[in-house]
Design a protein around this ligand. Sequence first.
Ligand code: NDP
Length: 298
Amino acid sequence: MKLAIAGGSGFIGQHLIHDWLQSHHEVFLISRSRQPTHDPKLTSVTWNQLQEDPQLLEGIDALVNLAGESINQRWTAAAKHRIIQSRLDTTGRIADLVSRLEHKPSVVVNASGMSIYGLSETQTFVEESPHVHDHFLSDVVEEWERAADQIPVDRLVKLRVGIVLGMDGGAFPKMYMPYRLFVGGKVGSGRQWLSWIHAEDMVRLINFCIEHPAIKGPVNGTAPNPLTNDQFGRVVGKVAGRPHWMPVPSFVMKTLFGELSVLLLEGQKVLPKKVLDHGFEFKYPTLDVALKELLRNE
Ligand code: NDP
């Protein structure tokens, strides 16, 4: 297949591109600047090049858009502007690009986030759950999905990405660090939900969405067994053979991370109902299985 990816230089994108090249697909990486390519099947193109010449992507079968400014920074007014604008701009560019292709890709997978469900310790969210506006990111994600709805394609998947676990990026290396130093423990109340997914399952789930024509609309990209922060930490401690004992109070997180701390102190329990209904099988359905793989060299 001929596949294109925006934001492919990032954490999830690199895993996806590695998998696609292993499967001998032809891959187009859309970036803000030219990226090094070490494989003849991988072509790097810039957004500006595509604006000039969208035909470079003529004939692609699927397009995945993961682009967006990192949310993992202090949410100053300027950072908030970059976080939202980068997502609206890149998604708008994808809509424009697709509209100018003679043969449209059969599917576009556009990233989104779980924040669309709001924050809760008691509710369980599936794709049909209503949108809730209760913090900055829930507004971002709603606008992001609205921009994605403008992409003129028969099949749009809005991938509500969970907390992707890998050793080479994302949140997990920072979550694991205190355990490595024997000072792991719950964060804040420990009751906030963590809806996680192993990076390899994230790749498999994206490929599953591309390959299954019946899947469209919102798709939760999470494993079927979310855990609270306290439960998550206990499993990390057990698998890593490290103690889970030193709590980090909420005020410390708020002082260290400012408004961003809402993502660490609160969460949401999200289930991947749509892909399960379509028969997707997780390779890492539970956290202990996922961590045994991630920490195998520790
Ligand atoms: P990364 O931050 O690792 O990569 C995102 C990519 O977006 C970058 O490689 C970059 O590509 C592009 N990008 C960064 N800043 C900008 C900007 N200001 N304007 C335009 N493009 C930009 O993200 P992940 O791979 O971790 O995640 C992919 C998507 O999934 C993101 O949108 C993220 O918000 C979302 N997500 C991820 C989660 C996770 O656990 N990792 C959890 C929930 C959501 P380049 O430099 O090549 O242009």
